[in-house]
Write a protein that binds this ligand. Structure first.
Ligand code: GRF
Length: 203
């Protein structure tokens, strides 16, 4: 079993898609050990509680720059992988080294477009509409010490229509995210070891 923690800050719809896929049996080798939020009022924390998972709130305002270290203390030797699913704080310091190639993030654009510092939430989709791109999408990538700069694992393409608002696009991409993230987790959890996952060592 691949033991994971999911880190969130808000709505938690990607978290919910992971939970649903565990419970349906699709993610039969994923053991969701912890759901961690960096803010108390994250809707996703209630979803996790209702579904019976361990939840931890580490308030970003309380921990400030020590937040990443606090998360590391909770997760070191307890999980194999960390999944950032709408987690808005930036992970820094030792956690990136200890979990090298073992932290993944989902981003709502086709990286390297519309990503990096300050590009989150609706801003990503506003920028895509403003640029007039015909396709956008979502990306799952490994997390390193840059922002949205780690190796790309997989992407899904989504059509952008002329009449789309940023909200429309956000909703259409979110539906794809709910398929892409479980697909990547399925792949990761079916490898015997991380070394078998060719994207870790290639490109
Ligand atoms: C998603 O669009 C994800 O790509 C981004 O933050 C959003 C989180 O949505 N990183 P939710 O909280 O999973 O509903």
């Amino acid at each position: 079993m691949l033991r994971i923690a999911v880190l969130i800050s808000g709505g938690g719809s990607n978290l919910l898609s992971i939970i649903d896929n565990i419970e349906s049996g699709y993610l039969d080798k994923i053991d969701l050990r912890y759901v961690i939020s960096d803010r108390e009022n994250a809707k996703g924390i209630n979803i996790a509680k209702e579904r019976g998972y361990n939840t931890i709130v580490l308030d970003m305002n309380e921990y400030g720059k020590k937040l990443s270290d606090e998360i590391l203390k909770k997760l070191n030797n307890k999980v194999d992988f960390i999944v950032l699913a709408g987690y808005l704080s930036i992970l820094t310091g030792d956690i990136i080294k200890v979990f090298n190639n073992k932290i993944i993030n989902i981003h709502p654009s086709l990286i390297p477009s519309f990503c990096g510092k300050g590009m989150y939430g609706i801003k990503v989709h506003e920028a895509a509409i403003k640029k007039g791109v015909k396709y956008s999408g979502c990306t799952v990538h490994f997390v390193n010490d840059g922002v949205d700069e780690g190796k790309i694992i997989d992407q899904s393409i989504v059509k952008v229509y002329k009449e789309d608002t940023a909200k429309d696009l956000q909703g259409r991409i979110l539906k794809e995210e709910h398929k892409l993230l479980p697909k990547v987790l399925k792949e990761l959890s079916s490898k015997k070891s991380i070394e078998d996952y060719d994207l870790v060592t290639s490109n």
